[in-house]
Design a protein around this ligand. Structure first.
Ligand code: SAH
Length: 194
């Protein structure tokens, strides 16, 4: 695989992310919000993830601005990146399908919100965030640059660590013992381990 093909795969992943998410984003606008967690950290983490996963790498691909931090691309990196990218998109799609009308881009409880515990949610409480970690790892394989390749990991790290505690607190407040027992039998992002 060439460096150009790897960059193309990264870009195709970004487009696929947008296409998968769009219908959920549209539907969410029509469902009433009954509780929300809008702390400062919650307001900052989403743009941080967006900057790391799309703005920095796209800007680099368009302008070569971080060229000083390039390293040598090897074909195996591209193939690993492709494999991880496919896993990311599959899990991203599956978690949206499973959450359905309960999905929100920020921390919100919707009218008639149901605790989802099946599909990927049977094994981990945050499969969508697992998919974001995969996305960031794929980016690191696909873009051979210390800044543009690794900015995704920094962005997802900020989103994940800045949000997951507050999200679980909100879920616990809304679903009480049902969530506590669900949390006791699942991992956060890696089944059984973490
Ligand atoms: N953290 C989850 C969901 C991300 S979307 C994941 O990574 O898969 C964020 C929204 O999903 C939050 O507003 C929260 O209200 C909702 N949510 C999170 N876990 C849920 C679950 N198990 N069932 C229903 N809604 C959930």
């Amino acid at each position: 695989m060439t460096e150009g093909a790897a960059a193309f795969i990264w870009l195709a992943g970004l487009v696929a992310w947008f296409v998968i998410r769009l219908p959920y984003q549209r539907r969410a606008r029509r469902i009433r919000i009954v509780a929300a967690q809008r702390t400062l950290s919650e307001r900052l983490v989403l743009p941080a993830a967006g900057i790391g996963l799309s703005v920095i790498p796209a800007f680099h691909l368009a302008t070569g601005v971080f060229g000083f931090a390039d390293y040598r691309f090897r074909p195996w990196m591209g193939w690993c990146g492709l494999a991880v990218e496919v896993l990311f998109l599959a899990l991203f799609y599956a978690s949206h399908r499973q959450l359905g009308r309960n999905w929100s881009v920020t921390l919100e409880i919707r009218d008639k919100h149901r605790l989802v515990t099946d599909g990927p949610y049977r094994y981990v409480r945050h499969p969508m965030y697992s998919s974001f970690w995969l996305w960031a790892i794929a980016q690191a394989f696909l873009l051979p640059n210390w800044v543009a390749g690794l900015s995704g990991i920094a962005g997802v790290g900020l989103l994940y660590f800045g949000r997951v505690g507050a999200e679980e607190a909100l879920m616990q407040k809304s679903f009480g013992d049902e969530y506590r027992s669900y949390a006791a039998r699942t991992g956060r992002v890696v089944p059984r381990i973490f």
